[in-house]
Design a protein around this ligand. Sequence first.
Ligand SMILES: Nc1ncnc2c1ncn2[C@@H]1O[C@H](COP(=O)(O)OP(=O)(O)OP(=O)(O)O)[C@@H](O)[C@H]1O
Length: 566
Amino acid sequence: MAISSTSVALSIPQVLAWVIDHLVGSDSPSRRQVLLGGAIMIALGLLQSGLMFLRRMLIIDTSTTVEMTMRMRLFDQLMRLPLSFHDAWGSGQLLTRSTSDLALIRRWVSFGSVQAITSGAALCVGIFYLSHGSGLLALIFLASVPVTLVVLWRFQKKMKALTRKSQQQSGDLATKVEESVQGIRVLKALGQGSNALDRFKTGAAELMDTEMARSRAQGSTFVATSTITAITLAISLWVGLRQVASGSLSVGELTAFFATIALLSPHVERASQLMGMWLDARVAVDRHREVMSTPAGENIVLVNGATVPAVSSGEAASLTFEHATFAYEDAAAPVLSDISLDVRPGEILALVGPTGSGKSTLLQLLPRLYELDSGSIFLDEQDIAQMDLPELRSAMSIAFEEPVLFSSSVRDNVLLGVNRERMSEAEQEQILRDALRVSSSDFAAQLPEGVDTLIGEEGLSLSGGQRQRLSLARAIAAHPRILLLDDPLSALDVRTEEAVVSMLKEHLRHTTTLLTAHRPSTVALADRVALLENGKITAIGTHQQMMRNPSYARLMMLDEQKGEVA
Ligand SMILES: Nc1ncnc2c1ncn2[C@@H]1O[C@H](COP(=O)(O)OP(=O)(O)OP(=O)(O)O)[C@@H](O)[C@H]1O
């Protein structure tokens, strides 16, 4: 459509030449000839408009589909990428890559690429028509093309670096906004709002400088290409008039030449703008590829509708660690080294150790949020490294130290890991009630709309303890074969903790549970305790046996004292 409409537009000057040479130049043009000339020009104009309309209609669907597909694939990739990737990337960078970068790509697909085709076609058809009239004039125009290309080549070299810088700075700025909004309470409480604003201003000013440099480069290139076009026109006019005077060119042909040039020059002048748009899209595609080409390895979410299996309940499983060693990326030393440990089916094992000893890390190795560097972990007799991730993860659920709730109802948050499709409403209701009861989340019934109250970022704010209890309810609701609890009761008062501990103990009889704990009252849940020090298990036994271990006794006593003070 683009090529057709451009060809039609460029054929109008040819009709104009015929009108001038045969009608204006003739002594007595017939009424029929005048009407025919006018009718042909109007018909061509209408045809061109119709083709342009179709061109726009056709590209809308394609460009929005391209954008949506890329966005979905990016989100899918983000879900699959390992935690080590997310640890290293700022959230703002991922945000801009999934929003504004994709909008730049859509702009190129829907407008830039079509414009490039239109300009290319215009130049080819235009040069054909120009050479048809006067070869010399066509040569003058052609001579300006390499000069324009050199200007554009220099422009794109400069512009590419600036475009990359600008998109990177936009991402950094988005990260700053995200962090400040997330940490708004800390900033306000510490009176750091103005400092945060200063940091933001610095980032915004840097982005503005880059954008100004881009605009300057674009502006000066526009001036340069326009000047080249103007000089070409001036030379053509001088040569053309001499040719008309000498009779080697008709007035109609000269008029057609200038009418054609008038149609071509916006394409040449707009070349820098088009190139800017192309570079925007190209850099955005490179940035998109950076995320997409990172090996994901997690076959868990599929764009085409396959769903992740929910947590499946079943027999409690045994867990065996054999010389498991793990180091975070770029860390000098392993966080966990040579861990060997047996957890029996249905056993509750507490991991106790000083802050930073690697307890949370050990829990996160089980669903393979991080992969072991050496050694193995067996679930029953199966090496988890050989298991399908969906199968492995459906055997367990985890409550993290930082309880995360989604913008949804209490019900949806608690039943997140439950396979609701295969359950009746009554069964779901029963599971929800049990999970809320065991986690002592009776406050949910008092919320404005009970368990249907919207919570999370866009809903009602809950206290730290309430969030922690709902997070615990979510972990236990699915009755997993293995339950991982990362200091699940740390935000609860002593009395609530006691109530939860006694109910949990009963509830977890058929679940293998690994929990991290600081307080003796939480350790009371466990059948056995493992002491983790500097990434190694240094002792294991029941709480009573372990109290003979001086390090363990010191840790427990310190925590008991803290509890009493509190
Ligand atoms: N995502 C991460 N990337 C790099 N290092 C990390 C990461 N998470 C934790 N660490 C480091 O690993 C070590 C162990 O952290 P971990 O959270 O497992 O300790 P912990 O025993 O659970 O501590 P706490 O009792 O305070 O929760 C710490 O030194 C920490 O700085």
